[in-house]
Ligand binder design. Structure first.
Ligand SMILES: Cc1cc2nc3c(=O)[nH]c(=O)nc-3n(C[C@H](O)[C@H](O)[C@H](O)COP(=O)(O)OP(=O)(O)OC[C@H]3O[C@@H](n4cnc5c(N)ncnc54)[C@H](O)[C@@H]3O)c2cc1C
Length: 638
């Protein structure tokens, strides 16, 4: 424990410091030998016994879907849940740019160690290194697995898999399928999953939302889910529960995440005792289509792969900001990333690219329409690339992204530079897990974006898909067997106290939401929460701002439970009710994110504390004080 960890002064009002949390599952020995050693030491379950063991998996994205398919194939009885109408609609489908793997196909110096090194460095030394090394190790297997499943990765003329570069690295290791990599990978996972559904090893529950975790005798034993079509509240029991429920960026209201992405599964587990780790680490992605007004409910990502060929600039002089960019001569343009970071140029890590875009706009050199008093945009210019490679080559690589930009903005990016600005994109924080991906509640495992472990304070591009598939195809299936081998766990009756309590809590909450009958819509609360989060817990955070945000969130939460209007009833399809439950959880999570950001009095990765910066305005870490994961335990609300 260090001085800064001990809550003193202002912090003492918000949290208490507990015991240190150990990761007891990572084997001793050199980092490169740990995974081999853990796979060997983890107990086996013989094929005949697997049929007697059941696993609930919440989430059908890359992380949850791959885990369900793999455990089903192994012979366990799996129940798979998603709130969409098809597993194929999990948010992973939105991923555009690519997936990393240390294949070294370009012979440009890549290796497992370099992928490990880049990821730890990119995460600003706040990720768990044992997990990251394993991720780098299995990365090459992922590509082989996906190719075998028929994923149509881009290929070079000779037929070999092509790859490209992403931010924060100097090698080319990102495999891609045009700008639709997530979609193609998810279809691969989906086919494997459907095969198991047909085999009868996986039971699929679409349009079901997990609303509570069942914990009996200290172990996770099931979930309570609502059938979103009929409204029925259902109990599902199993020997273990896996959450692959995705990220919580929608706490900011405006983000690049799918509209349905939420924190409810993770938050319900947190309230039942699971630690929530590093919740304040949020990635603000530098290349999104800028906000155009107050009417929006969604922001659109332009894949980072565009930074391979697009050059980012703003005018040198403020008075040029309103001009047509094509009329601004080279000498009057500031290619600021190439100027400040010549080694990485436009491919600096996301946190740096985002902060510098904000700095340029704060200096008054932003471009695009005025939103409020500011122009919030910088140029991403392909003129050089088109001159060098020709338009057909640029079209082949990025065509769908250019089309998407043109449809949304009405501008032609082949002729005039794109305008981009940072937007909330990915949450590095999540439920705490050990090396086995087990939370601190035995029997509850967490995979993919829903856990905290691999990306530290800033995720490198193309690493989320890698993590999701690593967790789902390779890591969890090996580690969960060590837990399942001690099962089957004692049979749990549907009317046992733990189940009854969980059901009651869901039913009471539902009734409470419907009974308020207030005057404000759910969305209006969500939007206000998003404004608070963006203003005070967004790209730049300060002590006073965070304390103000906590107060504002507490009052907003109180008003929500007094004055929200949830239309419809419980026993039917009711999207207003679904949203209300999710926003209620965001209103609790938002406060924890601010508390986490308040206690971490350093800047690292996506967490920029204005009080902790170098003379040049770069993030200033305090490794002596903060080289740890903050795992938060729920202790009630104020
Ligand atoms: C626009 C965009 C582009 C991206 N591009 C890239 C990229 O190029 N490369 C890269 O590496 N990463 C990219 N990412 C990040 C990456 O897509 C995600 O981090 C990753 O796909 C998350 O996968 P997941 O399996 O953890 O969760 P998800 O794919 O989000 O799946 C979550 C699943 O959980 C289910 N679920 C959630 N809550 C509940 C509940 N309470 N009850 C029942 N079911 C529930 C959902 O139905 C869904 O099936 C991008 C992200 C965005 C937003």
């Amino acid at each position: 424990m260090t001085d800064l960890m001990t809550p003193e002064g202002v912090d003492a009002d918000y949290y208490r410091v507990g015991e240190e949390i150990a990761d007891t599952k990572a084997p001793a020995g050199p980092i490169a030998a740990k995974w081999t050693s853990r796979k060997f030491d983890a107990a086996l379950v013989n094929p005949a016994n697997r049929r007697k063991l059941s696993v609930i998996i919440v989430g059908t994205g890359l992380a949850g879907g791959a885990a369900a398919a793999t455990l089903g194939e192994a012979g366990y009885h799996v129940k798979s849940f998603c709130y969409q109408d098809s597993p194929r609609r999990a948010h992973s489908i939105a991923a555009q740019g690519g997936i990393n793997a240390a294949k070294n196909y370009k012979e440009d110096g890549d290796s497992i160690y370099r992928l490990f090194y880049d990821t730890v460095k990119g995460g600003d030394y706040r990720s768990r290194e044992t997990n990251v090394y394993r991720l780098a190790e299995v990365s090459a297997n992922i590509i082989d697995q996906c190719v075998a499943a028929g994923v149509p990765f881009a290929r070079e003329y000779g037929g070999l898999l092509d790859n490209r570069s992403f931010g924060g690295v100097q090698v080319s290791r990102t495999f891609y399928a045009r700008g639709q990599t997530g979609q193609q990978l998810l279809i691969g996972v989906y086919q494997a999953l459907e095969r198991q559904v047909a085999e009868g090893t996986v039971e699929m529950y679409t349009r079901h939302e997990m609303l509570e975790l069942i914990v009996e005798d200290g172990r996770a034993r099931g979930i309570i889910a609502r059938d979103l079509v009929t409204g029925e509240i259902e109990t599902h029991l199993a020997d273990a529960v896996v959450l692959g429920s995705g990220g919580y960026g929608n706490v900011f209201f405006l983000s690049t995440n799918a509209m349905g992405s939420n924190v409810t599964a993770g938050w319900r587990a947190h309230r039942k005792g699971a630690y929530f780790a590093n919740p304040c680490y949020t990635q603000i992605h530098p290349t999104c289509i800028p906000v155009s007004g107050d009417h929006q409910s969604k922001l659109t990502l332009m894949s980072e792969s565009l930074r391979n060929d697009g050059r980012i600039w703003v005018p040198k002089r403020r008075e040029d900001c309103e001009k047509d960019p094509r009329t601004i001569p080279e000498q009057d343009r500031d290619y600021y990333l190439e100027r400040i970071y010549p080694a990485f140029g436009n491919l600096v890590p996301r946190d740096i690219a985002s902060r510098q875009a904000k700095n340029m706009c704060d200096e008054g050199r932003g471009v695009g329409p005025l939103v409020g008093d500011f122009r919030r945009g910088v140029y991403l210019d392909f003129a050089d690339a088109i001159a060098r490679l020709g338009r057909p080559a640029v079209e082949a690589k990025y065509g769908n992204l250019f089309d998407m930009y043109a449809r949304i903005t009405g501008e032609n990016p082949y002729e005039t530079p794109m305008r981009i600005y940072p937007a909330v994109h990915y949450t590095m924080g999540g439920l705490w897990v050990d090396y086995d991906l087990s939370s601190n509640i035995p029997g509850l495992f967490v995979t993919g974006e829903a856990n905290f472990s691999d990306h530290g304070a800033n995720r490198l591009g193309a690493s989320a898909l890698m993590q999701g598939l690593a967790d789902g195809y390779f890591v969890l299936p090996n580690t969960i067997r060590d837990y399942l081998a001690k099962g089957p766990y004692p049979k749990l009756d549907a009317d046992s106290p733990a189940v009854a309590e969980a059901r009651r809590s869901v039913e009471e909450r539902t009734q409470r939401l419907l009974a308020i009958n207030g005057e404000r819509s759910v969305d209006s609360f969500h939007k206000e929460l998003g404004h608070i989060m963006w203003e005070y817990c967004g790209m730049e955070r300060t002590e006073t701002g965070l304390m103000k945000a906590i107060d504002l969130i507490r009052s907003l939460r109180a008003e929500f439970w007094r004055n929200v209007r949830v239309l419809g009833s419980a026993d039917t399809l009711n999207q207003s009710l679904e949203k209300a439950g999710r926003v209620a959880d965001f209103l609790e999570l938002g406060e924890l994110m601010c508390i986490d950001a308040l206690h971490r009095r350093e800047s690292c990765g996506g967490h920029f504390r204005a009080e902790s910066q170098t003379e040049d305005g770069e993030a200033l870490r305090h490794d002596d004080q903060f080289l740890y994961v903050a795992g938060w335990e729920y202790a009630g609300l104020r």
